[in-house]
Write a protein that binds this ligand. Structure first.
Ligand code: SF4
Ligand code: SF4
Length: 95
């Protein structure tokens, strides 16, 4: 058996999301409008009794931020990994 078959490129996430799960109302806008369809409801409930979004699969996230734009409750934020360090620095500067 040869190993000449083209290797499938492993997909890596370019970003991630931060979810404020306790203020999520489970409306599903973020899930419905995520372009790569990489959000789903958690099997768990928050304190209000709603399922909240989780990355599924995480490697699909591009960090485009659209989920945050569609959330009526500012309960989710998408960010590109390359911008995380800048956000941390901005937060430190503002403290
Ligand atoms: S940041 Fe973009 S790709 Fe990632 S979960 Fe939100 S909408 Fe989907
Ligand atoms: S759009 Fe906001 S409130 Fe609706 S499910 Fe997503 S995080 Fe929760």
């Amino acid at each position: 058996m040869t190993d000449n078959a083209p290797k499938k490129k492993e997909k890596k996430a370019k970003g991630t999301v931060f979810v404020r799960k306790e203020i999520c109302k489970g409306c599903s806008y973020c899930i419905d409008f995520c372009p790569p369809r990489c959000l789903d409801f958690s099997p768990d409930f928050n304190a209000k009794g709603y399922h909240y979004p989780i990355l599924s699969p995480p490697e699909g996230c591009t960090g485009c931020g659209l989920c945050g734009l569609y959330c009526p409750d500012f309960a989710i934020y998408g960010v590109k990994f390359k911008d995380v360090e800048k956000l941390k620095q901005d937060a430190a500067d503002a403290a």
